[in-house]
Design a binder for this molecule. Structure first.
Ligand code: MN
Length: 227
């Protein structure tokens, strides 16, 4: 037994739909990947993708409720396709990128939009807007062996049964393969990394008591409640 000052934290895991656990190493997010959402946020659709990250322990697996976070009055949902990396790689070619994918899940990139607006305006980091506790609810991971690589299919988010976000994976500006290739130019990807691939239009605030149900055709679902 190593001489740890305190017991190391348990690994963060996401259930695999067909059994087993996916241990999370890092969570990367694509900043802008659907034209309608880029327009609703007042940005330029011709910009290349950019990335930010959340800590692994921001992940909330398996439909658990999440608390309304402190220091915000504008807590918003972003429904996203999540890529689960299963194989190490750096400088990955687009043509080889999908070989690095273990599976896919449906996730929520929960955002303190008011803090993000302040950070953008001041040229400050986004962590306190994006990388806070309980900010990444994620459903179970479906392996590629079961669902292949979804390139099309509806992506929707309902809040209290009403559709708030609706799009299609086919409308992603940067495909999963392109996002992996681009990100791997900056960092070495490892098994256990998750990539949240951006959200379609319709982002909006939530309140305590709201039930969020996201789904992607051919991939799965995610559910959480704000408490
Ligand atoms: Mn997002």
């Amino acid at each position: 037994m190593a001489d740890y000052l305190f017991a190391p934290h348990n690994p963060v895991t996401v259930p695999i739909a067909r059994g087993g656990l996916f241990a999370v190493r890092r969570v990367y997010c694509v900043g802008r990947n659907y034209a309608e959402h880029i327009v609703e946020m007042g940005n330029d659709t011709r910009d290349p993708p950019f990335f930010f990250a959340k800590p692994a322990d921001a992940v909330v697996a398996g439909g658990a409720a999440i608390p309304y976070p402190p220091r915000t009055a504008d807590f918003q949902h972003e429904i996203e396709l999540v890529v689960a990396i299963g194989k190490e790689g750096a400088d990955i070619a687009v043509a080889d990128a999908l070989e690095h994918v273990y599976g896919y899940a449906v996730g929520l990139d929960m955002t303190r939009r008011d803090l993000q607006a302040v950070a953008k305006k001041a040229g400050r980091p986004w962590e306190m807007a994006k990388a806070f506790d309980f900010s990444a609810p994620i459903g179970s991971i479906e392996p590629v062996s079961a669902i292949c690589h979804p390139a099309k299919g509806t992506i929707t988010l309902k809040v209290n049964g009403e559709v708030r976000q609706s799009g299609d994976l086919g409308d992603q500006i940067w495909s999963v393969a392109e996002a992996i290739a681009h990100l791997s130019q900056f960092v070495t990807l490892q098994a256990g990394d998750l990539i949240m691939t951006g959200t379609p239009a319709g982002v909006a605030p939530v309140a305590r008591g709201d039930v969020l149900e996201g789904a992607i055709e051919g991939v799965g679902s995610v559910r959480t409640m704000i408490v």
